[in-house]
Design a protein. Structure first.
Length: 480
C-alpha cells in the first residue's frame, strides 16, 4: 500500500520564500485609487507619479502638497468618503490613512473586486507591497525584504543610490534608442557580443555623461567591425582619506584595466582599484624622477592604443599642480578618448581636516595656491609682493624643503615674524600632524619634529582659528 501524498498546501512556506513575486507594472494611463490625504498618502503618490497613472484620491481633507497637485491637475480629488464601488476598474488601490479600520475596509473591497491593494504598514492585509526604489529612469532597481525588515531595505537602497551613477539612466536610454540599429547586425549571439563590447568602450562612458554624439560614433565604429578603442581616465584621488573619493572616481577605478599611480597615493586608496588591474608606479620623489613626464604621457597613449581602459590616478586634483593638463594635451593630440575626474585638492582637504578655514570674513577674503618647488638653481620664483599681503591666505604645495626660504621671503616682503603659519603633514590620514607656529619659528619647529611626509604649508591669520575649530583627531596607534 503506497504512502499518502503529502498535504503540500498545509505546509508553510519557508521563511526565505515570503510569498512575494517581484514584478514591474505598466501604469501609464491606468486608474489608481489612493485613500488618504496626509503625508503617508503624499509619499505614495510621489512614487506613483513617476509611472504616469491617473491618480484618484479619496480623502476628507488634503494636505497642502496634494492640494497643489490637484490644482496642477496631476491628481484628481474624487470624493471625501470611501465607498467600495470606487475600487472597481482600478489597476491598483492604496489605503494610506491613519484609520486602521478604514484601511481594512479599503483592502477588503479591493480583494473582493480582485484589484491589487496595499494597506500601508499592514502587510497582512496587502496583496502587494511597495519596494525601496532606486530610480535611474528608464533603469529602476527595486529592493524588498517582503516586509520583514523595511529599515534594512532602505539602507540597501542608500548603498545602491551611492553606487549607481545618475548617468546610468542616460546609458539605458541610449541602448534602447539604438536597439533597432543593432538588431539588424546579426543573430542574438552577435548582438549580445556587440553590446558587451560597447559597454566596455569609450562609447558607454560618453553615454553616461550625456554625450550621445560621441556614444553613437563609437557604436558605429563597432558595427563596422573595428576593434574597441582604449580610453584614459585622469582621476583625482583627493588628499588621502578614501572617503573623500568621488562616486565617479571610484567607479572608474573599479573598471580600469591598468593604473598608473603616483608616490603620494596611500595603500588604502590603491586597494580600491580593480584587483586584477595591471599596476604601474610612475611616482616622483624630490630630485629623483622615477619616470620622466614625457615617458608617462607616451605610456598613456600606448596603453590606450592597445584598447585598454587606462586609469591615471593622481593625489589631490589632477589640474592643481598635478601636470594633468600636460597629459591630456598629449592624449588630445594623439586622438585618444579621455575624461577628467576632479578630486579634492590638498589645500581644501588638509585645511579642513586641520580645522583651518581657508577664508573667513574677519581674517581672509581671498586665498592663493602656489608651489614651493624650487627651480633647478634652488631658488624660488614667486610674486612675493602679491603673496605677502594681509587679508588673504596663502597655501603652499611642496614647500617642506624650501620652508626656510618661504618664511624668510614673506618676512622680507612685509609680513611680521609673528604672522601665523602652519604645516600639515599627511593631511586627512590617520598619520596627520599639524604644526602651528609663526613665520619666524615654523621652520625650526618642523625640523625639530622630523617631518618627512607629504606636507602643505598654510600662511595667514586663519591659522589662529585652529585652536577653536580642530575636530579631526588622528588615531593614537598612528604614532607621534
Amino acid at each position: 500500500m503506497s504512502a499518502p501524498a503529502p498535504d503540500v498546501a498545509a505546509e508553510p512556506a519557508p521563511d526565505s520564500a515570503l510569498g512575494y513575486f517581484p514584478v514591474f507594472l505598466r501604469l501609464r494611463g491606468s486608474r489608481v485609487l489612493v485613500v488618504g490625504g496626509g503625508e503617508v498618502a503624499a509619499r505614495k503618490i510621489r512614487l506613483l507619479l513617476r509611472a504616469a497613472p491617473r491618480i484618484e484620491v479619496v480623502a476628507n481633507r488634503l494636505n497642502p502638497e496634494l492640494e497643489a497637485l490637484v490644482e496642477a491637475r496631476r491628481i484628481e480629488h474624487v470624493a471625501k468618503e470611501f465607498m467600495p464601488q470606487q475600487v472597481v476598474g482600478c489597476r491598483l488601490v492604496i489605503a494610506a490613512t491613519d484609520d486602521r479600520l478604514l484601511n481594512l475596509n479599503v483592502a477588503a473591497a479591493a480583494d473582493a473586486a480582485q484589484v491589487p491593494v496595499n494597506a500601508v504598514d499592514d502587510a497582512a492585509h496587502s496583496s502587494f507591497i511597495t519596494p525601496s526604489i532606486v530610480d535611474r529612469a528608464p533603469l529602476q532597481v527595486a529592493i524588498s525584504t517582503g516586509g520583514a525588515a523595511p529599515v534594512l531595505a532602505r539602507r540597501l537602497r542608500e548603498r545602491v543610490e551611492a553606487w549607481l551613477p545618475a548617468g546610468y539612466g542616460q546609458l539605458a536610454g541610449f541602448l534602447h534608442r539604438h536597439r533597432p540599429r543593432v538588431a539588424a547586425a546579426g543573430d542574438v549571439r552577435q548582438r549580445r557580443a556587440l553590446w558587451e563590447r560597447f559597454l566596455d568602450s569609450p562609447g558607454a562612458e560618453a553615454a553616461l555623461r550625456g554625450d550621445d554624439a560621441a556614444a553613437q560614433a563609437e557604436l558605429e565604429r563597432l558595427l563596422s567591425g573595428q576593434a574597441v578603442r582604449g580610453e584614459v581616465y585622469l582621476v583625482g584621488a583627493g588628499p588621502g582619506d578614501p572617503d573623500l573619493l568621488t562616486f565617479r572616481a571610484l567607479r572608474l577605478m573599479q573598471q580600469a584595466d591598468v593604473v598608473l599611480y603616483d608616490r603620494l597615493l596611500p595603500q588604502t586608496i590603491l586597494d580600491l582599484v580593480r584587483r586584477d588591474a595591471e599596476r604601474i608606479f610612475v611616482g616622483k620623489r624630490r630630485n629623483q624622477h622615477t619616470v620622466p613626464q614625457d615617458e608617462i604621457n607616451a605610456e598613456l597613449v600606448r596603453l590606450a592604443r592597445e584598447g585598454k581602459r587606462v586609469l591615471r590616478l593622481k593625489g589631490g586634483d589632477p589640474f592643481v599642480f598635478g601636470r594633468g593638463g600636460e597629459e591630456i594635451e598629449t592624449l588630445a593630440a594623439a586622438g585618444i578618448p579621455f575624461q577628467v575626474v576632479p578630486g579634492i585638492t590638498a589645500a581644501s582637504g588638509c585645511a579642513a581636516y586641520a580645522g583651518i578655514p581657508l577664508t573667513h570674513r574677519d581674517y581672509a577674503q581671498s586665498c592663493v595656491f602656489v608651489t614651493g618647488h624650487p627651480r633647478q638653481d634652488g631658488q624660488l620664483q614667486l610674486n612675493w609682493r602679491q603673496l605677502a599681503q594681509r587679508g588673504q591666505t596663502v597655501v603652499i604645495y611642496m614647500g617642506l624643503h624650501t620652508l626656510p626660504q618661504l618664511c624668510g621671503q614673506f618676512i622680507a616682503h612685509g609680513l611680521p615674524a609673528d604672522w601665523p603659519a602652519a604645516l600639515v603633514e599627511e593631511g586627512t590620514s590617520l598619520k596627520q600632524r599639524v604644526i602651528v607656529g609663526t613665520l619666524g619659528d615654523l621652520p625650526q619647529q618642523v625640523t625639530a619634529a622630523g617631518v618627512q611626509g607629504a606636507s602643505l604649508v598654510i600662511v595667514g591669520e586663519v591659522v589662529r582659528l585652529r585652536e577653536k575649530l580642530e575636530w579631526f583627531k588622528r588615531s593614537e596607534s598612528a604614532g607621534a
